[in-house]
Design a protein around this ligand. Structure first.
Ligand SMILES: Cc1cc2nc3c(=O)[nH]c(=O)nc-3n(C[C@H](O)[C@H](O)[C@H](O)COP(=O)(O)OP(=O)(O)OC[C@H]3O[C@@H](n4cnc5c(N)ncnc54)[C@H](O)[C@@H]3O)c2cc1C
Length: 289
């Protein structure tokens, strides 16, 4: 990995010759963009909030299930020392100054850019359920989440997964493989409501029961309860599910705060936003040259 001497200073650098393409976000989209540009000889700096080297987020599912190790899911060519690529992890971007063409990271450093790519993706969405902050409540979105869940899986015996969509079922499968008893709670009338009709949902619930996973559908979570840590999940049906671990898989929200703070100033020909989230697909994406 080559260091760019223009980067990481405390004052903006106005020397265009020393500038580079800065990619904000080390998810699959940011990593792919950085890799593709660097492999064409373009100097790129990738700034990522996450503490981990960029990895394939989709593969967190087999990681949780124990089918792969973390080293197998990292984005390999980002560590190629022959590429003009700098990857900085643990570097959340807190400010974009388009006028002076630099971004600032939380530690106060400024990173000049010639072109800026915003690929900040999404974060886990946790609904405002009472008790959601108790120890023993997890999300499943990042390597950090997976790492916490893997550590938790050693002692987890009874797990409640809130959300019966694809991600919830993948989390359920992962914890099942770790020998925990798993219950899935879905507020729609069937599991995988976006993908399956009533018949398909019933078939899947039946299959899940065969595997030892209970599904409660058509009910809302009223409270996650426990004195010092999670002890049970209370449902709108009146059912109470004793548990030591809760995984909230209730969707994502776009991480657009950095890009929308000053939208009129940020969206500019030197700034590109790329993502698989709908908010960036249309009018908020500006590209040229
Ligand atoms: C377990 C799991 C399994 C999945 N399986 C599938 C699947 O099978 N098929 C499928 O199509 N999709 C799947 N997905 C969804 C898929 O992972 C996402 O669509 C994809 O990750 C989106 O990529 P992205 O790079 O746009 O955003 P993200 O992956 O969300 O990455 C954005 C990155 O930007 C960072 N960031 C945010 N703000 C800042 C900032 N201010 N400064 C610096 N960095 C910042 C974030 O920390 C994050 O690392 C799965 C997701 C998960 C969690």
């Amino acid at each position: 990995m080559k260091a760019n001497s223009a980067l990481g200073m405390n004052e903006p650098n106005t020397d265009v010759a020393q500038r580079t393409i800065v990619v904000v976000g080390g998810g699959p989209v940011g990593a792919r963009a950085a890799s593709a540009l660097a492999s064409r000889g373009v100097a790129v700096t990738l700034l990522s909030t996450e503490a981990f080297q960029p990895y394939n987020r989709v593969k967190l599912t087999p990681l949780l299930a124990g089918d792969v190790q973390f080293g197998e899911i990292t984005t390999a060519n980002l560590t190629d020392p022959d590429l003009p690529l700098t990857v900085r992890t643990g570097m959340p971007v807190t400010e974009i100054d388009r006028e002076h063409a630099y971004v600032r990271t939380a530690d106060g450093q400024v990173w000049p850019y010639e072109k800026l790519i915003i690929a900040t993706g999404s974060r886990a969405f946790v609904p405002d359920i009472p008790g959601r902050g108790l120890p023993g409540v997890f999300t499943f979105r990042s390597a950090e989440d997976a790492s916490a869940l893997l550590a938790r899986s050693i002692s987890a015996r009874r797990v409640v997964v809130i959300g019966g969509g694809l991600l919830g079922l993948e989390a359920a499968r992962g914890m099942l493989r770790r020998q925990a008893h798993v219950t899935v709670v879905e507020h729609e009338s069937r599991v995988m409501p976006r993908q399956l009709d009533a018949g398909g949902g019933a078939l899947l619930a039946h299959k899940m029961a065969d595997l030892g996973v209970d599904a409660h559908t058509g009910v809302a979570v009223r409270e996650i309860a426990g004195e010092t840590r999670v002890a049970e999940v209370r449902l709108s049906s009146g059912d109470v599910l004793p548990c030591d671990t809760v995984i909230v898989c209730t969707g994502v929200r776009s991480s657009v705060r950095i890009a929308t703070r000053e939208p009129r100033r940020v969206f500019h020909w030197d700034v590109m936003a790329c993502a698989v989230t709908p908010r960036f697909r249309s009018r908020e994406t500006s590209k040229r040259g």
